[in-house]
Design a protein around this ligand. Structure first.
Ligand code: MF3
Ligand code: CO
Ligand code: CO
Length: 267
């Protein structure tokens, strides 16, 4: 019963859906603005500064700034870093793969998405794991139907990643999104008991954000900074993320970029 009540609050009105569309659109615009700057020789702090300035200039707020003590306006996760990398004085260089994760608050509503960029030339392994994360994101979204189980996502992603010889991170998951950064339902990229009972109803907004590891699925949290999550074996990891709205017609991606890689893109 308690659960039913909680679920109901997750269903957006027509106005709420439009507010989420606006938040997603701005977030995607921000990613398009950042895209040309993600290249060799650029410091991740420089990317963070650009994100911060562009967001404020448009009257919005970076959601990660001050979030549970996080001190930057985006996450930059390089090579073996799975997620939550903190921008710093590191200069991007050839061979790196870097995930830039952007979250903004637009009139009180959240947009959240990420993309992994290749600083060419990169290794075959880094390219393949990036391709896998990208394909898994779209395969999972396309498998969704109104009212489907959340586990549809994990049931799509895990076999595909394993087929390619890669693994799926379990400790970090996608999430419901709306007026809060992280809310129900939890969106694991592997099937579990909760996701087999939770459903994606029309009016629910959530993220899909698979983290795919080249080696083992296990993770290690940086003890010094309390944020940076790395692969335990040091092998590369890649991630892509979209904010999705489930409608009566099916899933609607709210964070499509104009200039980013399209569904079916080959890296
Ligand atoms: N944007 C991340 C997500 O997809 C969350 C980052 S929280 C931070 O959920 F504090 F690490 F920035
Ligand atoms: Co994110
Ligand atoms: Co997210």
């Amino acid at each position: 019963m308690l659960h039913d009540k909680k679920r109901t609050n997750l269903l957006l009105s027509a106005a709420g859906r439009d507010a989420m569309r606006r938040a997603g659109r701005f977030n995607a615009q921000l990613l398009d603005f950042i895209r040309p700057h993600v290249k060799a020789g650029v410091k991740t702090n420089e990317i963070d500064r650009l994100v911060h300035t562009y967001t404020l200039d448009h009257g919005h707020r970076p959601a990660t700034l001050g979030y549970q003590g996080f001190t930057k306006s985006c996450c930059t996760s390089i090579n073996e870093v799975i997620c939550h990398g903190i921008p710093d004085e590191y200069e991007l260089r050839e061979g790196d793969i870097v995930n830039v994760d952007l979250t903004t608050i637009v009139d009180g509503w959240f947009g959240d998405q990420s993309e992994t960029f290749l600083i060419e030339p990169v290794s075959d392994q880094s390219r393949a794991v990036t391709q896998c994360a990208f394909d898994c994101l779209y395969l999972a979204i396309e498998a969704l139907t109104p009212g489907c189980r959340v586990s549809t996502i994990g049931e799509t992603i895990v076999p595909e990643a394993h087929r390619r010889g890669f693994t799926v991170v379990r400790e970090y998951v996608g999430h419901g999104l709306g007026r809060n950064f992280h809310q129900d339902p939890s969106i694991p990229h592997y099937p579990n008991r909760q996701s087999r009972s939770d459903r994606l109803l029309p009016g629910m907004a959530f993220t899909v954000e698979p983290m795919i590891n080249a080696g083992s699925r296990f993770t290690k949290l940086d003890k010094a900074d309390g944020w940076t999550v790395r692969t335990k074996d040091g092998l590369p990891s890649a991630q892509f993320e979209h904010t999705v709205l489930m409608t009566e017609e099916g899933p609607e991606i709210l964070t499509h970029t104009e200039h980013g890689p399209r569904r079916g893109h080959k890296f």
